[in-house]
Unconditional design. Sequence first.
Length: 337
Amino acid sequence: MRTLWVLVLVALAVVAGARELVVYTYDSFVSWGPALAIKERFEALFPGVTLRWVAVGDSSEMLSRLIAELQLGLPTADVFLGLADVELPRALAHNVFQPYDPQRIPNLADVPAELIFDPTGHVLPYDHGYVTFVYDSELLPEELVPQGLEDLLRPELRGKIIVTDPRTSSPGLSFLLWTIAHFGEGWPDYWRKLLPNLLAITKGWSEAYDMFLAGEAPIVLSYSTDTAYSYIEHGSLRYRAITLGGEAFRQVEGMGIVRNTKELELAHAFLNLVLSLEIQELMPTTQWMFPVNARAKLPPGYEYALIPEKPVSLDPMLVGEKLEEWLNQWQKLLIGG
């Protein structure tokens, strides 16, 4: 009996001493991305520590969840991974992150300064890419392949395009901002004309791309690396990314330490690991995004990844000021306003 109690006490001590790092991210980072490799490497570096991913939606949804939990004082994540650069003002306005310490992140030295999109020192980039459209070359006739944003309005494309919701999806938000940057005050008129051509506006990228792969529509909002994906994964050039008038919207994705974490040391170690050469060289073929570590090599087949001649972006601070107004206008368009 005494031996049994000793074993129970030892087990309780182990449980009490167990450490966990909770990381919020978006669903495709776990289902498609390098999450498992990061978890295995991190737990090997820190025996006795469990890395737990939480990913139950797209990036905007997960950020909303994090903000709500912080406001309510609920237990939440230690790190958030998946913040689109255009959502930085929202995160800063809600005081989501605490500043990181560059001295604890030695791999930061390999990240070019132009990719550091947060001048306040709260969020670090971990990958970057370009949001654009992708078409199925077996379903869409060559003469209907869009050459510019205006071509998406062609009546022959009615019900043939899938996009994502800018309220819940970072690619969807990027596309909305792309149209604002391109058309200026005329963007609502563009969207009124575009809506009949949309088969679906999905909550997140994963749902949209699954519909596209199932052949439900021949055009989907996605990323400029998708042809590289088609070639590397399937030996095929069936799914082809395009730039529209040489344009695509540049997206940099970031990660940061949640303000109330009690695992500051582990959180910094996590950021450093994600920026390591080992993990960064996984980004092109798991995230299908470009790495931010300048020493990371791109794999064969990435010659099919498009880099637009005229990358489009908007000042994140302007986005912070105007985003609520723009989203309200966009939502009214959906109900015919």
